[in-house]
Design a protein around this ligand. Structure first.
Ligand SMILES: [Zn+2]
Length: 749
């Protein structure tokens, strides 16, 4: 289990299913007849911002030079000041609504591009990162190691629009027999396939070869109670909200019709409609049988260990005769055999219990129709425009987007997420300065010390738990920038040695990528956990905490302004990356992370009374965030339980980082004021923190993410954590009657 600072698309990426703008696969938003490249609204927006910033910076440099003749000027200061001023709205009272104050300027100047479901400081950084990746992936460099050449070939195949168009739906049609066909899109399925159909073979095939978990999510991962070993996990599939949309039905219908037409088969609308109705009803039943996402956050409740023999006794599904046979079928591909004694963790026994009666309502044709649909829907992105366009109504319904991101952008992101080491290497060589590392190490050590010394003042904890907490905090390992391995050609080449991409075969390259990734995951069953291995690539604008490794990770992609810059004022670094550091450390002690000990094992190190106090204090945060109503989601309230872990982490992070900054000032003296901005450094700390969260959502996506995202929307990450922190009110001289100073405040860490 790991928590990230901002995983917006986690739900979709985990399932490898329908992925919104630019995360996976192909798109074509430019009509072929338009030869001259036109600016997109995103580009126009960015250009306007760059122009405005340029004017402000020049003015600030002049102002600063005339005010401080003789004194040396921090070269980054005018840039920082310009950025902060641009984004804020100083007409708003910071004590009334600090988010409006910090982000009012940003909100007035930015419009969500047609291709995006959300637009924020993060998205802008991610867009810029994709631009960098485009540059390095398009570069011709024959001296590169084979891994880097493979990354460029994969990118090339993905951007080869004319060839992808020419191939139409053929690559998918060719592969369908290998997954025992999609009944709705072929004739005579019942005689050709149905008569010898076995559920375990069909599920196993989609899993082992294509990495698509259907009906049952069967995977190899770290054993929560023995974090050095891997173990088989069985859990319900993660389903998105798609089954509720009419647009989903339309999507499925359009794809089925396209395939039948491409195969020269009769397209009988009413037959298709009838079959699709049953597929959707099956998916609805499955979604209803899965536990709510809050339950899925509790690692103790999820952990049910047994062996395959027990599974055969307790969870025999009518359609799945033998779990040992099923497991061997999957593991065959990596030459591993298992016996009845093989251990398994069953994440949701209730789901398995319900599955029998659900499936009894459907025919094997319905079940196979559903399973292969999940595969087909994840693959249409690699096909021609006619196929890709079938997703549009659904993307509009869930994300509110009306067009897809530029092809290069989708492809850069696709190659990055599938070859993260190789792309990470290209990125750090191009855009990362190694000397950030020392300063990061220093900040991490200071913030960790603050966390530990604060434990002494937490009256709700008893000494025993306090000591274990301090021990756990000291044991947290840190990873900064990138793994040294990626700079080693031999390591990189070996990592990707089984891949053999062809620049003309994008679709087949996608399949090859998932097959290799799946094999790598399955092989782990007989390997120890390598805790030195990085859990993320380097070209990523995010940060992570891994509970089973007790590790915090700050990839190179987040070590840039506004989060961090060696030259920018320390107040801004502490408000930026400092807060992120504190946030990740605190994840080790949130409602989920606190269940793991200093070695990353799921083990209760709490006394019952401290546990009870923790739960009481958590309730305060649940209620506080649960009472925020979000205008963009039709005024719905946030889900305080779903977002609890992230909110605890935000609240801890802002406090620890602020204190660490105070310690820094005590040690090194106060910093020079920033030019042209009438705020002291305490105020700047909070301003930079808040501006990280400037952003807005399309209403469709707000409604969707309020149900699925375990992070609160940026606005409430700012308001919630600052309302709870008295130092904020002090820094801005807020009065008890102000909105930013509520009567009741919450604090856990
Ligand atoms: Zn987080």
């Amino acid at each position: 289990m790991f928590s990230c600072f901002f995983c917006f698309f986690a739900l979709f990426l985990a399932a490898g299913e329908l992925v919104p703008e630019g995360q996976l696969s192909m798109a074509d938003s430019t009509p072929k007849s338009v030869k001259k490249p036109r600016w997109t609204s995103l580009e126009i927006g960015l250009i306007t911002i760059v122009c405005l910033l340029f004017i402000v910076i020049v003015a600030l440099i002049i102002l600063f030079a005339t005010q401080n003749s003789g004194e040396s000027m921090d070269p980054v200061a005018p840039f920082s000041a310009a950025r902060l001023l641009e984004n804020m709205d100083s007409k708003v009272d910071p004590c009334n609504n600090f988010y409006e104050y910090a982000c009012g300027g940003w909100l007035k100047k930015n419009i969500i591009p047609e291709t995006s479901s959300r637009y924020s400081t993060f998205d802008i950084l991610r867009h810029e990162l994709a631009v960098e990746l485009k540059g390095v992936l398009e570069r011709q460099d024959s001296s590169s190691s084979s891994a880097l050449i493979k990354a460029r070939t994969l990118y090339k195949s993905c951007t080869n629009e004319s060839l992808i168009e020419q191939r139409g739906g053929m690559p998918l049609l060719t592969v369908l027999p290998d997954v025992l066909e999609w009944p709705i899109a072929t004739d005579n399925w019942d005689t050709n396939y149905g008569s010898k159909w076995r559920a375990e073979d069909a599920i196993a095939r989609l899993n082992e070869k294509y990495g698509k978990p259907v009906l049952i999510n069967y995977f190899i991962s770290t054993d929560d109670r023995d974090s050095n070993s891997h173990i088989i996990h069985v859990s319900p599939p993660s389903l998105s909200q798609t089954h509720v949309c009419d647009a989903y039905e339309q999507f499925m219908t359009d794809v089925a019709k396209l395939i039948r037409a491409d195969r020269g088969l009769e397209v009988n609308e009413s037959l298709i409609k009838e079959e699709i109705g049953r597929i959707i009803s099956l998916e609805q039943d499955i979604a209803n049988a899965t536990d709510t996402s809050e339950d899925r956050n509790n690692p103790v409740l999820l952990y049910n260990k047994m062996d395959l023999g027990d599974m055969n006794l307790n969870f025999t599904l009518d359609f799945l005769l033998n779990w040992t046979h099923f497991t061997n079928k999957i593991m065959e591909t990596v030459n591993i055999t298992v016996s009845e004694k093989e251990d398994v963790i069953v994440y949701a026994p209730n789901y398995l219990r319900k599955l029998n009666s659900i499936l009894a309502k459907y025919t094997i044709r319905d079940i196979h129709n559903y399973m292969v649909w999940r595969f087909v829907m994840s693959m249409v992105g690699g096909l021609s425009k006619a196929y890709r366009d079938t997703r549009k109504p659904l993307q509009k319904a869930i994300y509110g987007t009306t067009s897809e991101a530029a092809v290069w952008q989708q492809c850069a992101n696709f190659v990055n997420s599938n070859m993260e080491y190789a792309v990470g290497r290209l990125y750090v060589e191009e855009a990362f300065s190694k000397d950030s590392k020392n300063m990061m190490e220093e900040m991490i050590s200071e913030i960790r010390e603050v966390f530990i010394s604060n434990l002494d003042h937490l009256s709700w904890m008893d000494d025993e738990t306090r000591m274990s907490a301090a021990e756990k905090a000291r044991a947290i390992q840190e990873r900064i920038g990138y793994s040294e391995n990626i700079m080693d050609d031999k390591y990189l080449n070996q990592e990707y040695q089984e891949l053999n991409y062809n620049a003309d075969e994008y679709f087949e390259n996608i399949l090859q990528t998932s097959e290799m990734a799946q094999k790598k995951r399955l092989k782990k069953l007989r390997l120890n956990v390598n805790k030195d291995e990085w859990i993320t690539g380097a070209a990523v604008v995010n940060a992570f905490y891994s509970a089973s490794r007790n590790q915090i990770v700050f990839p190179a992609g987040i070590l840039q302004p506004p989060f961090f810059d060696k030259g920018q004022a320390r107040s801004l670094n502490y408000g930026g990356i400092g807060m992120v550091i504190g946030h990740e450390i605190t994840h080790g002690f949130d409602d989920s992370g606190r269940n793991y000990d200093k070695d990353g094992d799921l083990k209760d190190w709490w006394t019952p009374s401290s546990t009870q106090e923790f739960q009481e204090l958590s309730k305060c945060i649940v209620n506080q965030y649960g009472s925020f109503s979000w205008d963009l989601a039709n005024g719905q309230n946030l889900n305080g339980n779903l977002t609890l872990g992230e909110n605890i982490a935000d609240n801890g992070g802002i406090r620890q980082s602020y204190q660490a900054y105070q310690n820094y000032v005590k040690k090194h003296g106060p910093e020079k004021p920033l030019p042209g901005i009438d705020l002291n450094h305490e105020q700047l700390f909070f301003l930079n923190f808040a501006q990280i969260w400037c952003g807005t959502y399309r209403p469709e996506n707000a409604v969707n993410s309020i149900k699925t995202d375990d992070h609160s929307p940026g606005e409430f990450r700012v308001l919630g954590s600052l309302q709870n922190f008295p130092e904020f009110a002090k820094a801005f001289n807020c009065k008890p009657q102000n909105a930013m100073v509520p009567k009741k405040t919450c604090r856990v860490w």
